[in-house]
Design a protein around this ligand. Structure first.
Ligand SMILES: Nc1ncnc2c1ncn2[C@@H]1O[C@H](COP(=O)(O)OP(=O)(O)OP(=O)(O)O)[C@@H](O)[C@H]1O
Ligand SMILES: [Mg+2]
Length: 1030
């Protein structure tokens, strides 16, 4: 009876809608006289901007209740609308029949189009490029206007196929029967009857229900009991049918011949990625028992082995076949953006959402989608926040698959600890969620297997053979671990240096690089950022003039783009090196410059990059030859994993027969280098105990806060499912996990973050308000006290006629140590502040007299807190940025690299959002809510307001946004409805492939926003449950 009432309520509550459409954007295409589709202000859809969630690398473990439009959503099926679910059941049934009618095909991608993974210049590669475009076009053409009216045309074809199959099936008794996968399960007669209902009959029930709901929607305000009762009966019937069908479809996951997916998926892989056939290992991996039976899996292969594609196929399978959401965790924002751009077209074609969780993007908890499944692509930190928010909303079960790229990063400092926390929570809460990790080869994969209860698949496949060399003086040796000395003499380096040149280039870098460039590509890894710039400059000095002639026009274009990305400023080093086809690449460049440099290198316009080790992590920029300038990163000797990652960039699949790496070494490093190149693989250790157990503390705080555990025993139980527990003997040395747990809980109590409620049955662990604020705001436990103190003090005398005070409060504590104030600059900036601002500076602890003395080079006896002084300095940088938003001039004024300033800005926007969430949990900080909401927005998009909507599209940065805006693409709707051909022609230096990706990402974002608004609208219009009637 209670179930019946529940059904009745739910069905009457949910309003009817023109509902099963997934694309909600009305077509607003305006054609100008020339026939060209042109953006116009008419017909723009005014979309509220996503609320200012702002998360990033360091501060991101927060979740926001405020962004959940659907907190009280009470759908009949927790994860999607009833109608959508109903249709899904029907489709499942039809699909099930088709699966049986479809014979399995061999797993070969039948595309005979050329491979597009090769890296060549756009001009060199004209036929290839145009072919690439035409293929991409063929996919995306169908995604223009029609796609917004209803499902994509291609999807329509797919559905039509299904219907045809369905019809065919209906004419053939044998084929239509729905086999029972679990004959042993007892099934009621009604269930069996339901399963045999012909689709048409079922459709009429569905239609009936839709009609009933329409009527409900149309009814003014009265509440008809009879209507509801009738509806309840129908709903009950449907519900039973649905459950019965679900029990069958749970196992019925095959949708087609391509690893259980429709052939369309393999066509998309061919057309969008240029991959015609899978590597053997990829096929083997996809057919593993672990995959078929959905066990957790770790697969480890060398760099460039093609791990991602396997993950992507598994993700699509989860979304399409199992109809569950998927979470894809990648280590860097740039990688997340690249993936979002790359998979948006798949999402549009296959009808799933691709949602970006990186930087300031992503909602917590995510919007509940009605008919569609979502793929969340997230950075490590954002993924943790996402999982927390899903746990809080009791929706983690909706995520059927979690894929972690670079799983070995578990052993990588505090970020590793965050991966561990995320996975431990998934393992503990949602047993049905499958976890798949891609990893470099590890020495202790068994530990991670034990932690994840996972199978392991390893293969040493590399598409291109790698030859490793070292260079000592003028001799080159091949690395061969089998040799006694580890190295085998290979050849003498051929070079003719003048004595002057010998002095400048002692390591013969010029000789090494000119063996490959300009016709082939080369990466030179350098130990420091400054060294990258110097080496690039030095090489150019000795290159022949011929190098300038190579791809001159394209290089001029690149310089133009770099200049416009810097609002007219151009880096003097790049200005000198780019004409030779060289550039440097490190975190001192702005993200926009980095992207331009990467694209130009990929296209063959640049033939050599000097870079720091960061380039090796994640970005797919292979080279014919990789040179390691020295076996150091800054002052530290290379780790085996860093070395492997760098040399792994050598060899371009489809172009090179082999790749080669050359490590330049000096006599003094010979022994260490031997160990480096021949050592066994590194092991991966839990980082929860890092920095005095900071990870364990924050993990315990959040599991208590999220109500996952509320007794010491439960905490221990949870902790026994961590990697730390597997490695407790190595990591905790003398202490047991139980002792560590107890100590941490005590410490949290001492810090006032956790308390024990006094209940008769025994104490229950609870978080305090400060504890809740800390974990909700993802505030580092080290800083939660000081943040509380600073905010309290701030409230006493908040200075609001300038941004300075607020900006100071959200300047990240952990950036302080990364910058030493230049006292002269400090003083000059200080004197330019208004009297009120100066007063505020004195109030926080930095009087003018102190800065003046420092600038004059005098000793200051006064006891001034250095952290406060440095933090205020960074706040002055941020204030300048907010005032004029020109990165270059601010960098110039403060004598800091523009890359650092950009990082400061993004970290501050993230921290601002963390402080906002922190304050929201503490009543006394209510005034901060409005103030910090606006400040987060300003810090997140420190650009002209009109560019913001365009910059929301994955990978569109300020420079590109300006170009698009000036070309008439002023809103998201303009971009989403743009014709990629026209876009590529109108916007200077925009390749067709990039235009396709921008349009696909914009479409995806627009769909996502429209869908969320539709959800909100439906929620608003829903009839209240307890409405009185006569
Ligand atoms: N079957 C295939 N045929 C041709 N190219 C492929 C195939 N599979 C993957 N690739 C291409 O190989 C390149 C490297 O693949 P991927 O980035 O997945 O490597 P990875 O194993 O993840 O390496 P890393 O450890 O560097 O991240 C990509 O450009 C990808 O498109
Ligand atoms: Mg990879």
């Amino acid at each position: 009876m209670s179930a019946e009432i529940k059904v009745k309520r739910q069905s009457s509550r949910k309003r009817s809608r023109d509902s099963l459409r997934s694309h909600l954007t009305p077509v607003k295409k305006i054609t100008n006289a020339s026939g060209r589709q042109c953006p116009d202000n008419t017909g723009q859809i005014e979309l509220p901007r996503a609320m200012d969630e702002s998360m990033d690398a360091k501060f991101s473990e927060y979740c926001s209740d405020t962004e959940d439009f659907f907190g009280g959503y009470d759908s009949i099926v927790g994860d999607s609308s009833f109608l959508a679910k109903l249709d899904r059941v029907e489709q499942n049934m039809r699909q099930h029949d088709i699966d049986h009618a479809t014979s399995r095909c061999p797993v070969v991608l039948l595309c005979d189009k050329p491979d597009f993974t090769s890296l060549k210049s756009s001009t060199d590669n004209c036929p290839k490029q145009s072919c690439d475009d035409s293929m991409t076009e063929s996919i995306l053409e169908g995604l223009t206007d029609d796609a917004f009216i209803d499902v994509p045309s291609s999807q329509l074809a797919f559905l039509q196929d299904l219907q045809t199959a369905d019809r065919n099936c209906c004419t053939d008794e044998d084929k239509t029967s729905t086999p029972m996968r679990h004959p042993e399960k007892s099934v009621s007669t009604e269930d069996r009857n339901e399963r045999h209902i012909a689709p048409k009959a079922k459709k009429s029930v569905s239609d009936h229900l839709k009609r009933a709901m329409m009527a409900n929607a149309a009814a003014p305000s009265s509440f008809s009991r009879t209507a509801v009762q009738k509806e309840a009966v129908v709903t009950e019937e449907i519900n039973v049918a649905m459950q019965a069908m679900e029990s069958v479809s749970m196992e019925t996951t095959d949708l087609g011949p391509f690893f259980g997916l429709p052939t369309k998926v393999k066509e998309l892989i061919c057309n969008l990625k240029g991959i015609k056939d899978l590597y053997e290992w990829q096929k083997t991996c996809l057919n593993l028992d672990s995959v078929q039976q959905r066990r957790n899996l770790i697969y480890s292969l060398p760099t460039s082995g093609g791990k991602t594609l396997v993950a992507e196929i598994l993700i699509v399978k989860e979304l399409l076949c199992r109809k569950r959401d998927a979470l894809f965790i990648l280590p860097y924002i740039s990688l997340v953006q690249e993936k979002v751009r790359g998979l948006a077209s798949f999402g549009l074609e296959l009808d799933f959402m691709v949602e970006e969780y990186a930087g300031s993007k992503g909602r917590f908890p995510p919007v509940k989608r009605r008919g569609k499944r979502s793929l969340y692509i997230a950075t490590i930190e954002k993924a943790h926040s996402l999982v927390n928010s899903l746990i809080e909303a009791k929706r983690l079960d909706n995520v059927g698959l979690v894929v972690v790229d670079e799983l070995h990063m578990l052993g990588d400092g505090s970020r590793g600890a965050i991966i561990e926390m995320t996975l431990a929570k998934v393992l503990y809460i949602s047993k049905s969620t499958q976890i798949i990790g891609m990893s470099a080869t590890l020495g202790n994969v068994q530990d991670i297997q034990k932690f994840l209860k996972a199978d392991n698949y390893t293969n040493d496949f590399r598409p291109v053979e790698l030859k490793e060399y070292v260079k000592l003086k003028d001799s080159i040796y091949e690395v061969d671990p089998k040799e006694e000395e580890c190295f085998r003499f290979s050849r003498l380096l051929n070079f003719k240096y003048s004595s002057a040149m010998q002095k400048v280039d002692q390591d013969h870098i010029v000789a090494l690089v000119t063996e490959v460039i300009p016709s082939q590509s080369c990466l030179v890894f350098c130990p420091t950022k400054k060294n990258c710039e110097n080496v690039a400059g030095m090489i150019c000095k000795y290159l022949k003039e011929d190098f300038i002639q190579h791809k001159q026009a394209e290089k001029a274009v690149l310089l133009g783009e770099l200049r416009s990305s810097g609002n007219g400023s151009l880096c003097p080093v790049l200005k000198k090196t780019v004409p030779y086809g060289l550039a440097y690449h490190h975190s001192g460049l702005t993200s926009e410059e980095r992207k331009l440099v990467e694209e130009a290198y990929s296209a063959g316009v640049l033939c050599l990059l000097t870079c720091t080790s960061t380039l090796a992590a994640g970005i797919n920029l292979p080279a014919r030859r990789v040179i390691l300038r020295s076996p150091y990163v800054a002052a530290d000797f290379l780790k085996r994993s860093q070395y492997k990652q760098m040399v792994g960039r050598a060899g371009r699949a489809g172009i090179d027969t082999h790749g080669e790496s050359i490590l330049i070494l000096q006599d003094k490093d010979k022994v260490l280098v031997k160990k480096l190149v021949c050592a066994p693989m590194e092991i991966c250790k839990s980082n929860l105990m890092l920095n005095n157990g900071k990870g364990v503390l924050s993990l315990i705080l959040s599991i208590i806060g999220l109500n996952i555990t509320n007794s010491l025993e439960q905490v221990r139980d949870f902790m026994s499912g961590t990697l730390l527990s597997v490695q407790v003997k190595q990591v905790c040395l003398e202490r047991s996990l139980w002792e560590v747990t107890q100590e941490c809980v005590e410490l949290l109590k001492e810090k006032g973050l956790v308390t024990v409620s006094t209940e008769p049955q025994g104490g229950t662990l609870q978080v305090t308000k400060l504890g809740r604020a800390t974990y909700k705001g993802s505030v580092d436990l080290t800083y939660c006290d000081v943040l509380y103190r600073d905010l309290s003090k701030g409230l006493e005398s908040l200075m609001l006629n300038s941004f300075l005070h607020l900006v100071y409060l959200v300047t990240p504590y952990d950036m302080v140590s990364q910058c030493k104030p230049d006292w002269m600059v400090y003083f000059r900036q200080f004197t330019m502040l208004s009297a009120v601002e100066q007063k505020m500076c004195a109030a926080v602890g930095v009087p003018e007299s102190f800065v003046a003395r420092k600038a004059a080079g005098q000793n200051v006896k006064k006891n001034v807190d250095q952290v406060v002084v440095s933090r205020l300095y960074l706040a002055l940088v941020l204030l300048s940025l907010l005032k004029e938003s020109d990165l270059w001039s601010v960098a110039d004024r403060f004598q800091l690299s523009r890359g650092f300033i950009q990082t400061l800005l993004s970290s501050s926007s993230v921290f601002c959002s963390c402080v906002l969430h922190f304050s929201e949990e503490l009543e006394e900080f209510w005034p901060f809510k409005a103030l910090l909401t606006e400040l987060t927005r300003r810090l997140t998009y420190c650009v002209q307001a009109e560019l913001i909507p365009l910059m929301e599209v994955a990978g569109v940065m300020e420079g590109r946004a300006k170009q698009l805006y000036n070309a008439g693409y002023k809103t998201l709707a303009h971009l989403a409805n743009a014709d990629p051909n026209v876009l590529a022609k109108t916007v200077e230096n925009l390749f067709k492939k990039q235009a396709n990706q921008i349009v696909a990402s914009a479409k995806m974002l627009l769909n996502e926003k429209a869908d969320a608004l539709q959800e909100e609208m439906d929620d608003l219009l829903m009839m209240p449950l307890n409405l009185l009637s006569l």
